[in-house]
Design a protein around this ligand. Structure first.
Ligand code: AMP
Ligand code: MG
Length: 481
């Protein structure tokens, strides 16, 4: 275990050259204070945070100081935002500070979000507010706990620097950790700006560092694209099975490694509502929950087009055809798990779909309903307070489960292991933000413990396991952060 300034630092991305970004220094925040460090992530990375003096850690996260080996760079990328190409994107409020190689030779990026203006800031101030940083900090742990691929967050810092949003707020930083921060938009930038040699360099770089199993064959770029399709399909199938709504699936927010990335106005479904739109600025519902699998395909097509100097167009089309089946089959497998269906039977899909449509009709909570069934002996389901049509469905479901489980105890255990008791629901994230803003940082200790393993019972506020009350619903989320 090492101190932060003794890690095995490298800067393979910065070494790629000036086409890929601009060397930029963070701008210091005033009167910074540490809000939290994620101890299990630090441990996983081989960092002993206690070996770095608190004041040094704060200075690093506040952009007041750099570790000697860091070479901060603002990455250049572009992307399609709400379907329209925007050539002016890039790290506008964050910097890739450095990369480390951990004890297993796995490379991790350290990215400081909220570190000040860069050449890609446009009119923005380069900053991030506390509320969005707390949300990203917690959701990163939550997604990890649900086994949904995600970037991670090592630390969060607040300051007295004031920034203007709808009202004045305080600036924060978040130290984001991920094997890579390369987005679909990195490739789109190099393609649309005609830097095709550099596009090849970037593709080779991704293969070298992240997909070393790809042979050095003439088909290697097709294999790279196929791997991105596979990873993206897995991520979106998991979002769908766990009711996660990203909110801003622009191609600049799509990770080349299929990680959930650039958290903004995300939300988990409370009531099962496939048409749910979590981003109040998404007027047309382009990124509504049920649109996400299709948008994944749209985004992969945009990436395929950007790779068309490296891969034959017909091969791109053919590779894309694999995606819908990959998403569907993984989604179905996950839902079968959530419903604890062991043996395969022809009308299983219909049984699951009937349940979802009843939940939708009756405005029932997606997660709490499944967790309640997981925690209640099937013989007592008839006593639960559900609408009559849902009770009829429960009879069918109970009969179906009886074929797989002679012992209902085993069915309950199986269901509890995949249906979370706790979720970072929007109203709960809001409560956590308010507590952090009032200086109660230790609430994050409990939240991290709960979210890292949301399938078991924790010693926490029991309301964390419940859906929102009527007055806790409808919190507005926008891109403003
Ligand atoms: P996002 O909607 O967060 O994915 O951001 C889209 C683009 O706007 C990216 O290029 C960001 O770096 C940039 N951006 C977002 N917020 C700010 C900000 N406060 N200051 C500068 N750039 C920003
Ligand atoms: Mg973004």
């Amino acid at each position: 275990m090492k101190a932060l300034d003794q890690l095995n630092y490298c800067h393979t991305y910065a070494d790629l050259g000036s086409a890929f970004g601009t060397h930029t220094l963070p701008s210091a925040l005033h009167e910074p204070y540490l809000i939290h460090v994620n101890p299990s992530l630090a441990n996983k990375l081989g960092i002993d945070i206690t070996r770095t003096k608190r004041q040094d850690l704060i200075a690093l996260l506040a952009g007041q100081r750099l570790v000697k080996q860091w070479q901060p760079i603002a990455m250049k990328y572009t992307g399609h935002q709400f379907g329209h190409y925007n050539p002016d994107l890039g790290d506008g409020r964050g910097l890739l500070l450095a990369e480390i190689l951990d004890a297993n030779n796995q490379k991790w990026d350290f990215h400081l979000k909220g570190s000040g203006q860069t050449p890609y800031s446009r009119q923005g101030d380069g900053r991030a507010v506390i509320r969005s940083s707390v949300r990203e900090y917690l959701i990163s742990a939550a997604m990890q706990g649900l086994d949904i691929p995600t970037t991670q967050a090592l630390a969060i810092l607040g300051s007295a620097t004031q920034i203007q949003r709808e009202e004045q707020e305080y600036a924060a930083t978040l130290l984001r950790v991920s094997p890579s921060h390369i987005r679909f938009g990195h490739f789109e930038y190099l393609f649309y700006s005609g830097q095709h040699q550099q596009l090849k360099t970037l593709a080779d770089y991704v293969i070298q560092w992240h997909m070393p199993f790809i042979d050095n064959s003439p088909h290697k770029y097709l294999q790279l694209f196929q791997e991105v399709i596979r990873l993206t399909a897995t991520m979106i199938a998991k979002w769908h099975a766990y009711g996660f709504c990203h909110g801003v699936m622009n191609t600049d927010n799509m990770s080349i490694l299929g990680l959930t990335f650039d958290y903004g106005p995300f939300a988990f479904l409370d009531a099962y509502q496939p048409k749910f739109i979590c981003n109040h600025s998404d007027y047309s519902g382009r990124y509504a929950f049920e649109q996400q699998p299709g948008i994944g395909q749209w985004n992969l097509s945009a990436l395929g087009y950007a790779l068309s100097t490296l891969i034959d167009k017909e091969q791109i089309e053919q590779a894309l055809q694999a995606y819908p089946h990959q998403v569907q089959s993984q989604y179905r497998a996950l839902m079968r798990q959530r419903f604890a269906l062991k043996s395969e039977q022809s009308d299983d899909r219909q049984l699951i779909n009937q349940c979802l449509s009843l939940m939708e009709t009756h405005g029932m909570d997606f997660h709490h309903t499944l967790r309640t069934l997981a925690e209640t002996n099937a013989d007592h389901w008839s006593t639960l307070r559900y609408p009559p049509s849902f009770k009829l469905w429960l009879n069918l479901y109970q009969q179906r489960l009886g074929q797989d489980y002679p012992d209902d105890q085993q069915r309950q255990q199986t269901m509890q292991s995949v249906n979370p008791k706790y979720l970072l629901r929007t109203h709960l994230a809001q409560q956590a933000i308010e507590q952090v803003e009032s200086g109660q940082f230790t609430v994050l200790d409990t939240w991290l413990k709960v979210l890292e393993n949301p399938f078991i019972e924790h010693d926490c506020d029991p309301s964390w396991a419940l859906p929102p009350l009527p007055n806790q619903k409808g919190i507005g989320l926008s891109c403003s952060s």
